[in-house]
Design a protein. Structure first.
Lengths: 128, 367
């Protein structure tokens, strides 16, 4: 699987891409693979504050519910509403079309401190 | 738990090579899914799927009074079984709760073959040995057998290409000892999916060969290997009980809506007095099916509220791929344990509307 070099990753299996002060957040290919067929995605509304390391939403598969954790702190400016009616997109294109939220980040250093694509792939390789 | 390495079936390497996602299932390293849970589920409903269920336990009981011992430790009427017939049954404690739910196969008057849950097999064996006042030989036979389940509307056609035994002549819940894929096998027309199909018991050293033979024979029928994830959604749609969920040591078969496996008039058996008293006094709770009305999935262990008061709990809950609904089973007070009741299921601290419905949720055509 292709883990984009420009993204940063967490050990909780979220990815972040940064453009200016806006971070796009999603879950990784590995995460959706572990979850299996996804049936519900619960996301915060724009205006909600997301905190690094705190749960901001959940993804539910046939088997189980999993929290999604903020990889960075900031205010939600947009949530991907298409996932409410088409949660299976998260299985099909987790690094692209099925992003979860866009966040206006308070501190870009948080982004820089996350895992690189190579480090994340080493991490999940070691985990599995 | 973590001190013991996970047990593996002879097919462990085959599952890993096929890209299965493996999980710890009651101490066994088992495939939970291959191509995807929903895809595997639909394959079993529409074509044919193959499951490795070699983790299941087997207990063999032999001796002139074998029938008496099996009848004494189980709830169903063993005397009614003919040679080559199987029945679903309960192994109970004196107080009426489940030790396990099992399949009893009658090989002959003096020989019975029990298929039991993987994580209960040692407990079941001890329980049966403790009740063995009939000088039977009770053998812990889990290591003697691997078990493969071929399930789905195309199971018969696929399986028939691998044996001379005329499979269509085996009725539902009957079995035949024959040859399958060139090796000795016990071929039972049983399953845990709600579809037609067979459960084949073979020697562990033949497991890989038989698995590969079934996969090859089923290729044109669209056979897929299936994991425990699909097995769970298939059995739930068909309302088949899962030990530790619908049934357990504190739950009786009457409460679990399994009165049909309890034959109180068959003679003495362990748990009979408790069940008789429970029936006389009347049940206080009973297993009931529900469908979600609000958005969400009522999952195992979630609390149920009725009229704003705690009233029961979910035993199993999941999206039902065949029905395209979110369904589940739950325990409710007896006066509410009927279709048409409005209930609320507490999903992550939010009560969500659901309604009780008739079961099974799914029944295959012609069954």
């Amino acid at each position: 699987m292709n883990y984009p070099e420009s993204y940063r990753y967490t050990k909780e299996h979220e990815w972040v891409s940064l453009a200016g002060d806006t971070a796009t957040v999603g879950i990784t290919f590995h995460a959706q693979e572990e979850l299996g067929d996804i049936v519900y995605v619960d996301l915060p509304k724009p205006g909600t504050q997301v905190e690094k390391g705190k749960s901001f939403g959940s993804v539910e598969s046939v088997k189980a519910v999993s929290d999604i954790y903020g990889p960075v702190s900031g205010e939600v400016v947009e949530a991907n509403d298409t996932l409410a009616s088409a949660p299976e997109k998260l299985n099909q294109d987790p690094h692209g079309e099925a992003w979860l939220i866009k966040v206006r980040v308070a501190s870009p250093e948080e982004f820089n401190n996350l895992l690189s694509a190579a480090d994340y792939q080493t991490y999940i390789g070691a985990e599995s | 738990m973590t001190d013991n390495p996970l047990k593996r079936t002879p097919l462990n390497e085959v599952h890993r090579a096929a890209g299965a996602k493996m999980v710890d299932f009651g101490g066994w390293d088992m495939p939970v899914q291959y191509s995807g849970l929903i895809d595997e589920h639909n394959t079993v409903r529409n074509a044919v799927g193959l499951f490795d269920v070699s983790h299941m336990g087997e207990i063999e009981i032999r001796g002139p009074e074998a029938m008496k011992l099996v009848d004494y430790v189980t709830t169903n009427a063993v005397a009614r079984l003919k040679d080559g017939q199987a029945q679903y049954s309960g192994l109970l404690y004196e107080h009426g709760g489940f030790v396990d739910d099992i399949l009893v196969h009658k090989v002959a008057d003096d020989s019975f073959f029990l298929c039991v849950n993987a994580s209960n097999q040692e407990k079941d064996f001890d329980h049966i040995c403790g009740a063995n006042q009939f000088e039977c030989e009770v053998e812990f036979a889990g290591d003697k057998y691997s078990q493969l389940a071929i399930q789905g509307p195309k199971a018969l056609g696929v399986a028939q290409t691998l044996t001379d035994t005329p499979l269509s002549a085996i009725k539902y819940y009957w079995f035949v000892d024959g040859t399958f894929a060139g090796v000795p096998a016990r071929i039972a027309r049983t399953g845990y999916t709600g579809e037609d199909g067979f459960e084949v018991y073979i020697s562990p050293e033949d497991a890989v060969r038989v698995w590969n033979a079934i996969m090859a024979a089923g290729e044109s029928a669209g056979i897929k290997p299936c994991g425990l994830g699909a097995r769970n959604t298939l059995r739930l749609e068909s309302k088949m009980a899962l030990y530790g969920h619908e049934i357990g040591a504190s739950i009786s078969p009457l409460e679990a809506d399994l009165a049909w496996i309890v034959k109180l008039d068959k003679g003495d058996f362990i748990g009979r007095e408790a069940l008789r008293k429970q029936r006389e006094k009347g049940l206080t709770r009973k297993l009931t099916g529900f469908e979600m009305r609000g958005r969400g999935i009522g999952r195992d262990g979630y609390e149920i509220w009725i009229d704003g008061q705690p009233a029961g709990w979910v035993t199993s809950g999941s999206p039902a791929p065949t029905l395209n609904k979110n369904i589940g089973l739950c325990y409710l007070p007896i006066n509410r344990a009927q279709p048409g009741e409005k209930i609320e299921i507490v999903i992550r601290n939010q009560p969500v509307e659901a309604e009780t419905v008739p079961t099974p949720f799914y029944k295959r055509q012609g069954s």
